[in-house]
Each structure stands twice: as structure tokens, then as C-alpha cells.
Design a protein around this ligand. Structure first.
Ligand SMILES: [Zn+2]
Length: 213
């Protein structure tokens, strides 16, 4: 039987070696900085890329989620913009809003349909007192490029990772992301996570009210 812990450990070593150059930067940095500059943002300037690449290993035991984040950080998710470029698709517009070009940053953050999901998640974590009322979810945290600095940071990073995975599954299945189905996904991953490691249950208690909506 496959030992998930050993597999994740091996993946982690290969991952860090492959992802970062000698200065500790990621190839993704160039793309990310460029896109943020185009949108007038400056959030990309303070990313600790090593921390960004290690984050999924800290917050989940799920190889599925770790592998997904690996692909996201390597821009290995085939968006319509990429599929159009390699002539597999005739259009590069977004699966959800159908109006903007579908690249990774649009799909996971700027798209109106996705923005409303993030907005609902932000409202919910404030209502549940997981974060304070002045918390503002930003693109860097939502994409998993830095840890959340609020009190429930471990769980928040987990929720945001599941949200990204859920958005991607909606993209693949060509369904619209909704808050209700996101909560179902979160519950599913919560159950899987806790059955892998029962000591995690206490850490996850903070999101239980979140799931019992
Ligand atoms: Zn869109």
C-alpha cells in the first residue's frame, strides 16, 4: 500500500528543488508580477516563494490537494487562454463569465463569478469570528502564495486551498461555482483530513460552525 506520508515527503523535496532558483524565486513570479502590474496591484512584491511552495504541505495531508496546488503554482492548469494558444480551443474567454480572457489569475480571483464566491467566504469567516471585521482577503492569500496572518491561519489556508480546488473542478466540469456546493466540498475534505489524522480534529473545530450552515 502506498505510504502517503513518505510520498508527500519525497514530493516536497523534489518540489522545492525544482521550483526555486538560486535566489529562492519561482518562475511563476514573473508571470504573477506582470499580471498584477497590469491590474495595478503591488501585492506580488512581498512573496516568500519558498514559504508559498511549502504551504500546502503544512495544511493538508491530501495528495490530491497538494498536487493541485503544485499545478497551479506551475501554471500547469490548462486554462482557455493556454488551450487557445496551442490551438485546442477556438476561444480564450472565461468558462464562467464568458467575457474576459481566462488565465489563471482571472479564473481564480478576478472573475466576477469567482469574486462573489470569495466574497461569501470572507463574510462567513467574519461572521464566525474566525477573522476580525477588518480582515481583507487579498489575491496573494487567496491564491495560496502566503499564509494568512489571522488567528485561524492554518484552517484559513486550508479553506482557501479547498476553495481554489473547488473553483478548478467547476471550471473542468463547466459548472458555476456556488457557495453552497463549496461548503459541501469543504466538509468532504474536512472529513478526509480528520480520518487521516484524528489529532487534526481539534484544529478543525474552528470551521465546524462554517460547515453547519
Ligand atoms: Zn471570468
Amino acid at each position: 500500500m502506498l505510504d502517503i506520508a513518505s510520498f508527500n515527503k519525497a514530493l516536497k523535496i523534489v518540489w522545492i528543488k525544482k521550483c526555486l532558483d538560486k535566489e529562492g524565486h519561482s518562475k511563476w513570479k514573473i508571470f504573477f508580477d506582470l499580471k498584477l502590474q497590469q491590474k495595478g496591484g503591488a501585492e506580488g512584491a512581498h512573496i516568500d516563494w519558498k514559504e508559498a511552495y511549502l504551504l500546502p504541505f503544512e495544511i493538508t495531508k491530501s495528495t490530491k490537494l497538494i498536487e493541485f496546488q503544485f499545478k497551479l503554482l506551475h501554471k500547469r492548469l490548462s486554462t482557455n487562454s493556454y488551450l487557445y494558444k496551442i490551438k485546442i480551443k477556438n476561444i480564450e474567454s472565461c468558462t464562467f463569465c464568458k467575457t474576459q480572457k481566462e488565465d489563471i489569475i482571472h479564473l481564480f480571483w478576478y472573475c466576477d463569478r469567482v469574486a462573489s464566491l470569495w466574497n461569501r467566504i470572507e463574510i462567513m469567516i467574519k461572521q464566525q469570528n474566525i477573522v476580525s471585521n477588518n480582515f481583507n482577503l487579498d489575491i496573494v492569500t487567496a491564491l495560496g502564495l502566503k499564509k494568512s496572518i489571522s488567528k485561524g491561519k492554518f484552517i484559513l489556508s486550508f479553506c482557501f486551498l479547498v476553495a481554489r480546488y473547488y473553483i478548478w473542478r467547476c471550471r473542468v466540469n463547466e459548472t458555476m461555482p456556488t457557495f453552497k456546493t463549496f461548503l459541501c466540498q469543504l466538509e468532504r475534505f474536512y472529513q478526509l483530513e480528520c480520518c487521516e489524522n484524528t489529532s487534526l480534529k481539534k484544529d478543525f473545530e474552528i470551521i465546524l460552525p462554517f460547515l453547519n450552515q
